[in-house]
Design a protein around this ligand. Structure first.
Ligand SMILES: *Cc1c(COP(=O)(O)O)cnc(C)c1O
Length: 459
């Protein structure tokens, strides 16, 4: 497997330096075994998230200098909404400061007590905002997604038969939103096919439900459609993206992912006459700021307008997905199981397969994340039962369908040698996996989104 060469050269660098193993062991203990509690300077290769961690281009930095900071109607706002309208084909584009801000603005307009929202898989903050709006979130992903070793295309798809069954069981009047997460982050960054988007949209139409797209990784999803879905190989990514969004009614997106900015988000509504727009503007003004900046600086809107285009370039996406595939090929040789095929934004290692003796109640994916930090100063995170948390009604620990440790790959940041270090660390841990006997227990947790703050100890 050849490494796809970078379609850019490096103009500015940031120094990083590994600590010793002994120092790392002390640091992770001091952080209560929560990787979010580490100081970033104590991390050598930071794969905690691909969110807001990308390297901006010289064009984006030039845009920063040109940002217009007018309170209302700035030039940068109009650049951003022009880019948004052009790329997504939606009439109404609203900046917000990040993805979850979009959720906070949008969800209470559709959801409340007694309502349900159904998604292929809810991302953690998205699930939290459904619950904060008083509603319940239901995941409805295809069965193939639940078996990481099965190599199938479009494992992020909605289980459309189950979706329709759920709508009938719950009553269409109680379903406030259907949310398609593209790519499907929590199911391993797996893409959703155009056919599945279309079928989901048809079901929504049939029951008069709103289809909302959680679009953080829309460009990666479009790349997978072009590469793997029959009939799309000759289409431009631009056309594929427009077609994807033409099936939805509304979208929200964290621009910290595919739009390669450090902070930002967007809400979009297809139809300029949609009655929800007045509510979006009102919530924006209360929570985010006036609707022509929505919590963003003018300079950040400028960088975002440029990043939206850069993030959808095909040679960039080929290089990006190629990095994860390069790492995956080394894991194949070593017999390490991950959600396959490789998804959009990184690798999701099946920690349950690596530590079959550690039960979900002791968080095997968190155990692997801790070992990776101790081994090589690599910071990853748990996408498993530790992240999922407790049932909001009963307080009982939920069992996740997956126990993944996520290697999220920042955009345009790490080189081939860094990827070799990742593979070496995983292989070293696999070789001694049977000697790692103890799982983790939680010693303190907050009521919601606990994985960001919880304190842990060895069982
Ligand atoms: C990152 C992300 C969010 C939340 O966005 P933030 O910018 O982190 O607030 C929501 N949904 C998905 C699918 C994401 O990947």
């Amino acid at each position: 497997m050849k490494y796809v060469p970078e379609p850019f050269r490096i103009k500015m660098v940031e120094k990083i330096k590994p600590l010793t193993r002994q120092e790392r062991e002390a640091r992770i203990q001091a952080a209560n075994y929560n990787l979010f509690g580490l100081h970033a300077q104590d991390v050598y290769i930071d794969l905690l998230t691909d969110s807001g961690t990308g390297a901006m281009s010289s064009d984006q930095w030039a845009g920063i200098m040109q940002g217009d900071e007018a309170y209302a109607g700035s030039k940068s706002y109009y650049h951003l909404i022009d880019a948004g309208k052009d790329i997504f084909g939606y009439d109404f584009i609203q900046p917000v400061h990040q993805g979850r801000a979009g959720e906070k603005v949008l969800f209470p307009l559709f959801l409340g007590k007694g309502k349900y929202a159904i998604s292929n898989t809810f991302f953690d903050t998205t699930r939290a905002h459904v619950e904060l709006a008083g509603a319940r979130a239901i995941d409805c992903v295809v069965e193939a997604a639940k078996n990481p070793a099965v190599r199938a295309p479009f494992k992020g798809n909605m289980d459309t038969a189950k979706l329709e069954q759920l709508i009938n069981e719950l009553g269409a009047e109680n379903v406030g939103l259907v949310v398609l997460t593209i790519t499907n982050n929590s199911a391993g960054g797996q893409p959703v096919s155009m056919e599945n988007i279309k079928t989901t949209a048809q079901i929504c139409k049939k029951y008069n439900l709103t289809l909302e797209i959680d679009a953080a990784r829309f460009a990666e999803n479009a790349y997978f459609i072009k590469r793997d879905e029959p009939g799309y190989g000759d289409k431009s990514l631009q056309d594929i993206i427009r077609e994807m969004f033409s099936h939805g009614d509304i979208f929200h997106m964290s621009s910290k992912k595919d739009a390669i900015v450090n902070m930002g988000g967007i809400l979009g509504v297809k139809d300029a006459a949609h009655p929800i727009i007045a509510g979006i503007k009102a919530h924006c003004i209360s929570y985010e700021g006036f609707y022509t900046y929505g919590g963003m600086s003018g300079r950040d809107m400028e960088a975002l307008a440029i990043g939206l285009y850069e993030g959808t370039e095909e040679d960039f996406l080929r290089y990006r997905i190629g990095q994860a595939e390069y790492l995956a090929a080394q894991l194949d040789t070593a017999g390490i199981v991950y959600q396959s095929p490789v998804g959009g934004h990184g690798l999701f290692i099946d920690a349950a397969a690596l530590f079959p003796h550690i039960p979900y109640t002791e968080f095997p994916a968190q155990v692997l994340a801790i070992e990776l930090y101790k081994e090589a100063g690599i910071r990853t995170c748990d996408i498993g039962s530790f992240m999922l948390g407790n049932d909001p009604d009963t307080g009982v620990q939920l069992q996740s369908d997956f126990e993944f440790t996520r290697f999220a790959i920042p955009r345009r940041v790490y080189t081939q040698a860094h990827f070799d270090i990742m593979a070496e660390a995983l292989i070293a841990i696999k070789d001694r996996a049977h000697t790692i006997e103890r799982g983790m227990k939680i010693t303190w947790e907050p009521p919601i989104l606990r994985h960001f703050q919880a304190k842990l100890a060895y069982v």
